[in-house]
Design a protein around this ligand. Structure first.
Ligand code: ADP
Ligand code: ZN
Ligand code: ZN
Length: 674
């Protein structure tokens, strides 16, 4: 019998596909596009994805190798899914295999096939996770109702920006739109993306209750491989109707996908920051377009990219202007000038008084300080020594409970030195304040209060973040201290005071996106206050910002809860300065032992190709130049035309690949950290 030739995408940096020969053994079925095949590659055997099945090949007969096996157990991936990977590969300038293969569960690519039959049987078990009792659907208010109707109203592609103030009931809109989509037939699937599942356990619980009896898959990076395979298969086989996941779920196989929701669409975690640096939000919009289905981007503080799309009419804007709970109102935002009212232990007298009022009424307070550890640096007064990391351009952070100095960038740890390593002075001083120090100070001011800290250090163990949030929800906490982990999505019912302790540093950052992020973060954290109606005799909800810059426009916009004005002003600035979203960018990053080597590579790269309509900036060291003993530099490339940039990048990258260099380099499209 004539052989077939399989074109296979492999997870290698080589930007090409590979042909292999397949000879039928006994009555083995003919391979199909979308199946996984095991092939020899160099001295290894690896799994790849079949993207074409042909009768001929250009590879000479004495060079072609045979396929070792084709996995028959798993239903083939669809052409649509392969097209999604192909788009991502093209757009982010990667080989197809580097996108498609890592998107599959490891167990599916393992050399020894796992028993999929057994796993498929286990799938029915997922159903039992669902809570038995059903939570009634809420009666939607007029704006919510209009939003749901628009989203599910017409067939075809539409991108919606659901712009709703914090607590306006965006979740209810997602869930009721989901219910309507699922009710259409027995197969349709809905993908709901969230920034981080562990930080919003309430949403998952809500969905499981609301959709009891419907199979729900969760997909996120914290899952064990076996569990991940199970949930991925449930989605791939169409058994799971709702898929709740983090950014990686955007590349899952969903044969009957009918709607995509992206909650908190502005959140930076939708951008993958290593390997394939993709934006799950942007891929979601492409995927919805490909499938001609609706995509909903929800936020109280949309990203400027999304805001601009909605202003230009490409996304349809749905507004929720008020809080959904009856009589719940947005908190009053007040500014405390710390130049005039000096804080002690990080707390101004006004803030201490406000916390005391909450304690008296049995209400909760949230203190937001986006800096973990005890103090950001340890310092010697007599000789000026400071705790620098020996491997990075960064300070070692003091972690008092475990008596360590720790670098947050490379992970280097040291025991706290008793004496100054330079002059022997034994009176070393912590400088600045992190969450641990704030906690210590609060205990001395409020010895009887139940004080609780939530940050990456206090929730290191698996499951501990969920447990920590439960503790707050159960009311066992009076004062909650937290980093940005506590800002997201939580519906704390008894919280009436939020304070931001030291938000100023982002105001003067070199990163032009810093103020956009700070505003979003403060809006979000402020939005945790006053989510229920004011109790009789209770405190009105209030947000206090301790700042040295009380007149900064960002804080004024915050006081007025005026996202529109703030976003419009920023957009105007960006337009005048020719910055995103009015210009398209790519970043070439290089790292080497010596900075000069990295810069020299970038300089060569800047001159190695012709370009029209492309601006190539000068190479510069990255703000944090050294991390883990590697020096890093970058080269920014810009264009007003996305297609022109794409064409240029393709050519440029293939030239770079051909350059012989020891420098580690990579290109990022639409970078967010520059
Ligand atoms: P958002 O995601 O917009 O910040 P949530 O979806 O968390 O807001 O909703 C805030 C609160 O409002 C929740 O307690 C939710 O149960 C409640 N809620 C939402 N919609 C309604 C409604 N139509 N009627 C009453 N309460 C509602
Ligand atoms: Zn010293
Ligand atoms: Zn370091």
């Amino acid at each position: 019998m004539e052989p077939f030739y399989l074109t296979i995408a492999l997870d290698t940096p080589l930007d090409r596909l590979f042909d292999y020969r397949w000879l039928a053994v006994a009555d083995e079925p003919r391979p199909e596009v979308g199946q996984i095949a095991l092939v020899p590659f160099g001295r290894q055997e690896i799994a790849g994805l079949i993207v074409a099945v042909n009768r001929s090949t250009e590879v000479p007969a004495d060079k072609i190798k045979d396929v070792l096996a084709v996995r028959q157990q798993c239903p083939a991936l669809s052409n649509q899914w392969i097209d999604l990977c192909r788009f991502a590969a093209d757009y982010y300038q990667r080989p197809l295999g580097e996108v498609a293969i890592p998107a599959l569960p490891k167990n599916l690519r393992a050399l020894k096939p796992v028993s999929l039959d057994r796993n498929l049987k286990k799938l029915t078990k997922l159903k039992l996770d669902a809570a038995p009792e059903v939570l009634q659907e809420k009666q939607l208010n007029a704006e919510q109702h209009a939003a749901v109707e628009q989203i599910v109203g017409q067939p075809g592609f539409a991108a919606f920006l659901l712009h709703g103030v914090t607590g306006s009931g965006k979740t209810e809109v997602y869930l009721q739109a989901t219910a309507k989509i699922l009710a259409r037939d027995n197969t349709s699937q809905v993908l709901i993306l969230v920034p981080e599942i562990n930080l919003t356990p309430q949403l998952e619980a809500n969905i499981r209750q609301r959709f009891a009896g419907i199979q729900i898959s969760t997909l996120h990076s914290g899952m064990a491989e076996g569990e991940r395979l199970l949930h991925w298969l449930a989605a791939h086989t169409g058994q799971a109707r709702i898929i709740l996941g983090t950014r990686l779920a955007i590349l899952s196989s969903l044969p009957h996908l009918q709607m995509i929701v992206i909650d908190e669409e502005h959140d930076p975690s939708y951008k993958q920051q290593e390997g394939l640096r993709y934006s799950a939000r942007d891929l979601a919009v492409w995927r919805a377009h490909q499938l001609a289905i609706p995509v909903v981007l929800g936020s109280a503080t949309p990203s400027l990219e999304t805001w601009q799309h909605s202003k230009a009419g490409r996304y349809r804007k749905l507004e929720l202007r008020e809080r959904a709970v009856k009589d719940a109102v947005l908190p009053v935002v007040k500014i405390i000038n710390t130049e005039r009212e000096k804080p002690s232990e990080g707390l101004t007298q006004r803030l201490v008084a406000a916390i005391r009022q909450r304690l008296e009424k049995g209400e909760q307070s949230l203190l937001f300080l986006n800096r973990r550890g005890y103090a950001p640096v340890l310092h010697c007064d007599s000789c000026g020594w400071i705790s620098n990391c020996t491997r990075c351009t960064a300070h070692m952070v003091l972690h008092k409970p475990d008596k360590k100095l720790r670098c947050h960038h490379c992970g280097l740890e040291q025991r706290i030195t008793r004496a100054c390593p330079t002059c022997g002075n034994i009176d070393l001083q912590p400088l600045g304040r992190g969450t641990q120090r704030l906690e210590e100070g609060l205990h001395s001011v409020f010895p009887d209060a139940r004080i609780f800290r939530i940050d990456a250090d206090s929730t290191r163990l698996k499951g501990s973040a969920e447990a920590a949030f439960d503790t707050v929800h159960r009311g066992e906490v009076d004062i909650l201290i937290g980093t940005q982990m506590v800002a997201k999505g939580h519906d704390f019912k008894n919280l009436t005071l939020v304070a931001a302790l030291n938000p100023d540093s982002a105001l003067f950052s070199q990163d032009f996106r810093a103020s956009e992020r700070l505003f979003a973060q403060l809006m979000q954290v402020a939005g945790r206050a006053g989510r229920a109606a004011q109790k009789e005799g209770g405190n009105a909800s209030e947000v206090l910002i301790q700042t040295r810059y009380p007149d900064h426009p960002l804080y004024h916009a915050l006081m007025a809860h005026d996202y529109h004005r703030f976003a419009d002003d920023l957009l105007e600035e960006r337009q005048q300065a020719a910055m995103p979203p009015f210009i398209y960018q790519a970043l070439l990053r290089a790292e080497a032992r010596e900075l000069e080597t990295a810069i020299a590579f970038l300089q060569e790269a800047a001159h190695c190709t012709m370009h029209h309509g492309i601006t190539i900036n000068d190479p510069i060291p990255m703000t944090m130049t050294r991390v883990h003993n590697m020096d890093r530099a970058q080269l920014l490339v810009e264009s007003t035309s996305r297609p022109a940039l794409q064409v240029f990048l393709k050519e440029w990258i293939s030239t770079l690949r051909a350059m012989k260099t020891r420098v580690k380099w990579g290109v990022e499209i639409d970078p967010v950290d520059i």
